[in-house]
Design a protein around this ligand. Structure first.
Ligand code: SF4
Length: 245
């Protein structure tokens, strides 16, 4: 078996295990045997009737999601992390290599910088909530999740497919302020086509919640001169959080 075929078989087995965990063995589709070419039945992404009332319920509903193509190549669904009742929520673009491997958002170099940014306003990762527009790793070459430098921004249809999950996540967390990181997150939540340079540093309204777009930490790694702008944006967020405490 070729390496790429082996990787595909492992990922298929992983999806099947996720579904078995959620639905129980008798309810799992019959095409889970590794290496078969049998067609899968549609994967249910709902654990039953009714809207999820907690983040855990939402996460359970999303297990095994293949609503868009990213679900077929991901290693882990990267749901989000932090305080489920956080006053401040960060929203990035999508998981990369490190996040896909760890199942946690912002854990690579950009994530380490985000941690410092959060700490610069007196908070910690545990006190905020961190999520992304898409929950699965968008790859240039989806046949090889083990390849570094294989990240790409989510395609519009992928972002559209995943957006309802983020919207529900925001509704459940009900933060006082959302801070979007980079172009994609601001674009998908605010519906604005203007670039991040033009829109950052100001508060906007997202469904009655204040939203501040700023640069993605990965942009700061490429261009450290942007750090001062992010610091200015963070000071505005800190001041607004104080006023609303
Ligand atoms: S990116 Fe979102 S919609 Fe697409 S498969 Fe993953 S969880 Fe489902």
């Amino acid at each position: 078996m070729k390496r790429s075929e082996f990787g595909k078989a492992v990922r298929q087995a992983k999806l099947c295990v996720e579904e078995e965990t959620l639905w129980g063995e008798t309810d799992v589709h019959a095409a889970c045997s590794v290496g078969t070419s049998a067609k899968k039945q549609p994967v249910r992404t709902s654990s039953g009737g009714g809207e999820p009332a907690t983040l855990d319920e939402l996460k359970a509903k999303m297990r095994g999601c293949v609503k868009c193509r990213l679900g077929k190549s991901r290693l882990n669904l990267v749901f989000g992390t932090g305080d489920p009742k956080a006053g401040l929520m960060f929203v990035g673009e999508g998981p990369g290599f490190d996040e896909d491997h760890r199942g946690e958002p912002f854990v690579g170099r950009a994530g380490q910088l985000l941690t410092k940014i959060i700490e610069s306003i007196g908070l910690t990762r545990e006190k905020v909530y961190i999520a992304n527009i898409v929950k699965c790793h968008p790859m240039i070459d989806p046949s090889d999740p083990e390849k570094r430098g294989n990240d790409r921004p989510p395609a519009p249809d992928e972002a559209e497919a995943c957006l309802p999950f983020l919207e529900k996540q925001i509704e459940l967390i009900n933060p006082k302020i959302i801070c979007t990181l980079g172009n994609s997150a601001a674009k998908w939540l605010l519906g604005m086509e203007l670039g991040i340079t033009k829109i950052r540093g100001k508060f906007y309204e997202y469904k009655n919640t204040m939203l501040m777009p700023t640069y993605h930490p990965a942009a700061l790694l490429r261009n450290p001169s942007l750090k001062k702008d992010v610091w200015e944006d963070m000071k505005k967020i800190r001041s607004e959080l104080k006023d609303r405490a």
